[in-house]
Write a protein that binds this ligand. Structure first.
Ligand code: MG
Length: 381
């Protein structure tokens, strides 16, 4: 049905004729080659601020930008490789060199193509995601429709996304309170703040107390596995619940499922799995131990699997959020297609970088907005 609608209102009618081989057949010449061509190049995203989470700091993130061209249309994708994911520019480029799309006659063979891509190696989820996003963008453009619409969802009344206030320390390791106040003020255009904790109790509580000197906005906490002792984790969560915190992401190390279940039974706040939830096969195992999951395209190989994870999580009555790495507006706009299905969104990756190379999803008054643009709705800048 989407195919017919798209063909009726956009010029790709002749393209669809080739896909469907029939009623929309046009006499016009093909605007480009009939084979998909995957190209890619490295890119370094520069962060506006040095980004510190429990255990590491950095000011740039390596990215590989991808394109899949077909019949005059181009789909854009991206792999983002924060160091803890275990991928690098070299590993992603090596992976992408192995991807042979010439064996497929149509980009609409998405299931077959992405199953093949996933089968090439065991890991490389970000590299796989770079192909997945570009393929979705391409197919959406061929259909003349955005994915939120193809999937039968809406772009109305979307949720807020949060902005992250990163940790700031002085050279002697104590909290840099003026810097935290300054960072907090920069996030006030959003309706929600995300704070990375998982440090010493003094630093963690100092972060929240300092932010609360600036704003009463609701806060999400991401402890990044930083509270390995369950009793301490519960004490921290109870303290945070009294200070306008709404939700806790990954308080304990990802493999401690029994402890996570213990904590969840007692926690006054919902607890979401991030590091513990990578792919579709993880979702079922986390049921009972976490209230919900944080889906990230770079962890789960992309939009196809993210959609499946949403279906499984909903069937298990688990709560849903979507997060991101440091990404350009390309991958962020791909994730934003899911916005109507989520309870929380943490899609500020493009806002954190100083050298975005795409225009796409916009945050207006803190809310995610999605335009009626085909594919993932991005244009290169
Ligand atoms: Mg997280």
């Amino acid at each position: 049905m989407a195919l017919a609608a798209a063909a009726a209102v956009t010029n790709p009618a002749d393209l669809f004729a080739r896909q469907t081989g029939n009623i929309f057949k046009s006499k016009s010449k093909s605007p480009g080659p009939d084979k998909m061509v995957l190209t890619f190049k490295p890119f370094e995203a520069r962060m506006k601020h040095v980004f510190t989470i429990s255990g590491s700091s950095r000011s740039t993130t390596p990215i590989v930008l991808t394109q899949i061209s077909y019949q005059g249309y181009t789909g854009y994708g991206e792999a983002s490789m924060p160091p803890y994911l275990g991928e690098s520019t070299a590993s992603v480029m090596d992976f992408l060199r192995r991807v042979d799309l010439s064996q497929f006659s149509s980009p609409f063979q998405m299931e077959e193509i992405l199953t093949y891509v996933d089968s090439i190696t065991t890991n490389n989820t970000a590299a796989k995601c770079a192909v997945d996003i570009a393929l979705h963008d391409l197919c959406g453009k061929l259909m003349g429709q955005p994915w939120w619409k193809i999937w039968g969802w809406t772009n109305q009344d979307l949720i807020s996304t949060c902005a992250t206030v990163g940790l700031a320390l002085t050279p002697d390791g104590s909290l840099d309170k003026p810097k935290i106040r300054e960072k907090t003020k920069e996030t006030l255009e959003f309706n929600l703040i995300k704070v990375k904790l998982g440090n010493s109790e003094e630093v963690d509580k100092g972060m929240i107390t300092t932010i609360r000197e600036v704003t009463d906005l609701p806060i999400f906490i991401d402890a990044n596995q930083g509270w390995p002792e369950k009793g301490y984790a519960l004490e921290m969560i109870e303290w945070l619940a009294e200070r306008g915190v709404e939700m806790i992401e990954q308080p304990m190390p990802r493999l401690l499922l029994d402890e996570a279940a213990w904590l969840r039974d007692r926690s006054p706040l919902p607890i979401m799995a991030d590091e513990a939830c990578q792919r579709l096969s993880d979702v079922r195992n986390l049921h009972g131990a976490y209230d919900g999951i944080n889906i990230k395209l770079m962890k789960c190989t992309g939009m196809r699997e993210a959609r499946e994870m949403i279906s499984v999580a909903k069937a298990l009555n688990m709560r849903l959020m979507m997060g991101c790495m440091t990404e350009t507006s390309c991958a962020i706009s791909a994730a934003a297609q899911f916005a109507s299905q989520l309870e929380w969104a943490d899609l500020d990756g493009n806002w954190l970088i100083a050298n975005d190379v795409f225009s796409g999803m916009k945050v207006v008054d803190g809310y995610i907005t999605l335009e009626d643009k085909p594919g993932i709705g991005v244009e290169p800048l």
